[in-house]
Design a protein. Structure first.
Length: 564
């Protein structure tokens, strides 16, 4: 949806090393191959009970129909707030390849291993087999296998699940339970979630995970000493405890109990958030000094683009530059020293994106958290574009679920989603994004549309307003908000000067859009980009100028006048 830098192809390591790579190969320790033996317990649910499987929200049950084999199968009764994730932890051997397979039926059913590989199928009306392989780490001694459905997609079924490979050797002889966790406390809350942390348990072999309970119901699981319980009701008191477990299935006693009352509901959480934040990109386009721009225009916020995947669900600026220590951090430090701040933008039109490449919502949340921790952020923007993210409903849901997680884990953090639009409002995928945000309880603060490259033609003001009004109508119908509340959750991110489709947003038109945004008290105003906020009439669509006649930093000055 916007002019983007040319990306050089990554050279392959073997091409660089040539035949020397073959000589090195013999010195590399290759993973062992699993022997074919199912090490899961109650793999076909023929015992008639769930054990040793456990399911979030007590939403799993054993049923007699429909089954794939035998007489029993698992049913996961997903809700709008819980994916009915059912799993069991088994002992495994380090540096070994395992094959996980199973038969599933239902709409959007997933099979995988926590922290590792997963696979899914969209909507089989009959049982369909899923299969995925993974290799354990060099010191890994346990793995948690899971199957789950998707929010509000109806009950799913699973049967004959198999993990083929050697057992870890710690199972049957280990009968000692871990010690009970201590120091359970709440670290944050919202109207629909509570964040918890506790002190680690000890075990004679090793603790493999923790389960969080509300009364007798297991409501969350974690591999570390913190978790967020979501899908809660507003203004409601909940009492939580935590138990530890090991690879042999031994479970500790309960921790101390902590009682937390969720916040009052607010209908969406965007009220009071106002941000004038044009995009600044350190990767190309003669990046200007941010403090020079701030001094000349009065702007305080910048949207820093783009955080991408550098491989393995690892965030990096432009997928190439380290999060800290480089030009991006220098720019951020300068902005903050001058009294401003930044919001990073994840994604964009092209490149290797975290939303598409991270294996799960929890993995994506972990990658986002690294950026939040690196800079102590107040807000994050997910720029969801193209077929790999925006036009992929499962990836949309993954992104929204990750945003829900990081918002619960970082009280006060504002979440923004940015996406393309038509001249009359959200497209099919935009509407789907909004509907999924409601279904998942993602509590997004700002829905920002990009009214350019959208057929705006000669009436960029009228079509931008029409698109924003269409977004307002969709937010009202989806969330049940009034006009004022819907406007307070809207953002506009334009393109100054010439767009890729030769639409022309002049300084005069951008001033009209800014004034409309102020009069309707929307939440956010941005444009692509400060790098292009320089004159070059007749210059076409360029990385470092607008292609039209203007004064330097004119669009940024106009944007700085946005107050909401």
């Amino acid at each position: 949806m916007r002019t983007t830098p040319h990306r050089r192809p990554v050279r392959r390591l073997l091409a660089l090393l040539g035949s020397g790579a073959l000589a090195l190969a013999g010195a590399i320790a290759l993973p062992g191959t699993a022997q074919a033996a199912n090490i899961l317990g109650n793999a076909g649910f023929e015992s008639g009970s769930l054990s040793p499987w456990s399911c979030t929200g007590n939403l799993g049950s054993v049923v007699s129909s429909p089954v794939h084999g035998g007489t029993k199968a698992l049913a996961g009764a997903v809700t709008s707030g819980d994916i009915a994730k059912c799993g069991q932890t088994v002992a495994v051997q380090p540096n070994t390849t395992y094959t996980l397979s199973g038969w599933v039926r239902g709409s959007y059913v997933y099979l995988g291993v926590d922290g590792g590989a997963s696979t899914w199928t969209s909507s089989p009306s009959a049982y369909s087999q899923l299969s995925v392989s993974f290799t354990t780490g060099a010191s890994q001694t346990s793995a948690t296998i899971y199957v789950h459905g998707w929010y509000a997609q109806g009950t799913y079924y699973a049967d004959d699940i198999s993990l083929d490979g050697p057992g870890g050797g710690g199972g049957g002889s280990d009968t000692q339970a871990p010690t009970a966790p201590t120091g359970l406390t709440s670290t944050g809350k919202s109207s629909s979630s509570v964040s918890l942390k506790w002190n680690a348990s000890s075990d004679n072999v090793g603790v493999t995970g923790y389960d969080v309970y509300s009364g007798a119901s297991k409501v969350a699981s974690a591999s570390g000493t913190s978790a967020t319980v979501s899908g809660l009701s507003a203004s409601t008191s909940y009492t939580f405890t935590v138990k530890a477990r090991d690879a042999a299935g031994n479970v500790s006693g309960a921790s101390n109990a902590v009682t937390v009352t969720t916040d009052a509901g607010s209908g969406g959480g965007g009220g009071g958030f106002k941000q004038a934040a044009p995009y600044l990109y350190e990767g190309w386009g003669d990046p200007p000094s941010p403090t020079t721009v701030m001094s000349a225009t009065g702007v305080k916020w910048f949207t820093m683009a783009f955080v991408l995947d550098s491989g393995g669900c690892t965030p990096a600026w432009d997928g190439q530059r380290a999060l800290t220590g480089g030009v991006d951090q220098s720019a951020i430090n300068a902005v903050r020293s001058a009294g401003g701040d930044i919001v990073p933008s994840f994604g964009g039109w092209q490149g290797s994106k975290l939303g598409a490449n991270c294996s799960s919502a929890s993995a994506l949340a972990g990658a986002i958290q690294k950026v939040i921790d690196a800079y102590g952020l107040k807000a994050i923007d997910m720029d969801i574009e193209n077929t790999d993210e925006f036009e992929n409903e499962a990836v949309q849901a993954k992104i929204l679920t990750a945003l829900k997680t990081v918002k619960a884990n970082n009280p006060g953090l504002k979440t923004i989603v940015t996406f393309g639009t038509s001249t009359t409002g959200p497209t099919y995928y935009g509407n789907r994004l909004i509907e999924q945000a409601k279904s998942l309880g993602a509590d997004i603060d700002v829905f920002t549309i990009m009214p350019f490259d959208f057929g705006g033609g000669s009436d960029m003001y009228g079509n931008t307003v029409n698109a924003a009004e269409g977004l307002k109508a969709k937010l009202k119908s989806t969330f049940g908000w009034d006009d004022a509340t819907a406007y307070s959750h809207i953002g506009i991110s334009g393109m100054n000067g010439l767009s890729d489709q030769q639409e022309n947003t002049t300084p005069q038109i951008w001033t009209q859009i800014r004034d409309w945004a102020n009069s309707h008290h929307i939440a956010r105003l941005a444009f692509w980009s400060v790098n292009r906020d320089r004159p070059c009439p007749g210059g076409g669509v360029a990385e470092n100028c607008s292609g039209i006649s203007q004064t330097t930093w004119q669009f940024t000055s106009i944007t700085a006048g946005f107050t909401g």
